[in-house]
Ligand binder design. Structure first.
Ligand code: SIN
Ligand code: MN
Length: 200
């Protein structure tokens, strides 16, 4: 496993081997059944290209009313629990005393992206954010803690885990594009990103 530091983003290339990636996908199947992926709308009314759902006590949602955490799926369903194997990754890599209360699940299909943004809907930014990449490669862009300025990009592959903590916690980041079909982990292609956060 290679460790890379890019602008304070702690990137663990190949943290999960193929067997671990496959077993995570199996764990996600019942979650996606119980709390189906949906296409969210930004506060300005734009449909996002990624599809989204969550596990945990809270899910991150967006619609015309704004960005927020809430205890129900937009369809009124309960969010499923975060599987222990995912909590174990958080514990191993963050050593935080608290467990995450949200596991956001983003699905990137062909032609999707995620604009540069900060993760700032949480109550306490001293907790890190942990992000797990599964499936197709993604071109991940890292900016600064204020809007604008130079950015740097890195390809994230299936099994890579990124920890955003300390000064990097509020850095802008996003996904420019994915290399659709570059991985065989998901039978229909695409990428799943799991973002673990302590929201409250
Ligand atoms: C996000 O920051 O919301 C997603 C990051 C990623 O997909 O790698
Ligand atoms: Mn983010």
């Amino acid at each position: 496993m290679a460790r890379l530091l890019l602008r304070g983003f702690d990137i663990r290339k190949g943290y999960l081997d193929v067997a671990a990636q496959t077993s995570l996908i199996e764990l996600l199947r019942p979650i996606l059944k119980a709390a189906p992926l949906y296409r969210p709308v930004t506060p300005s009314g734009k449909e996002m290209s990624v599809r989204m759902t969550s596990a945990g006590a809270l899910g991150w949602v967006t619609d015309r009313a704004g960005y927020r955490y809430q205890d129900k799926h937009p369809k009124g369903l309960n969010w499923p629990a975060i599987p222990d194997d995912i909590l174990a990754i958080w514990k191993d890599l963050t050593r935080a005393e608290r467990q995450p209360d949200c596991c956001l699940i983003n699905y990137y299909g062909e032609g999707t992206k995620m604009g540069l943004h900060q993760d700032k809907d949480e109550a306490d930014f001293s907790w890190p954010v942990l992000s797990i990449s599964l499936g197709d490669d993604a071109l991940f862009r890292i900016g600064n803690t204020t809007r604008g300025g130079k950015t740097e990009s890195i390809w994230l592959s299936s099994g890579d885990v990124v920890i955003m903590g300390g000064p990097a916690r509020l850095a802008y980041h996003g996904v420019d594009r994915i290399r659709f079909g570059s991985s065989r982990l998901l039978p229909k292609g695409g990428r799943i990103n799991l973002t673990l956060r302590i929201a409250t």
